[in-house]
Design a protein around this ligand. Sequence first.
Ligand SMILES: [Zn+2]
Length: 112
Amino acid sequence: MRRKKPRPRRVLEKRRRIAIRRIKKLTRLVFSTYKEAIANGDRELVEIAREYGVLLRRIAHIHKVKVPEVVEMFTCPKCKNVVFPGANAEVVGRKIKCLICGNERDHRLNAV
Ligand SMILES: [Zn+2]
């Protein structure tokens, strides 16, 4: 189905408001799932948490909404996955290593 008329501005604003709400919800979900995964040592939950991160980023991209700062801090700059130390990231000295793509970066987690 193709739309010919451009969407009115208020419709776009409503869609973005919904997107922001979903992103907030997903942000909480990503970190709570990672914490639960680490507490239970569940590899499947780690994968689910990672997928929440992918979904979050996709929603932000489609609706041109900013990704929350906290999520950005835990995002691997190379593979764009939200990684969490203890689940799919490793702290090596002063660096954080992503265990998905193997990329290392200086950690900026001090602000959290
Ligand atoms: Zn990575």
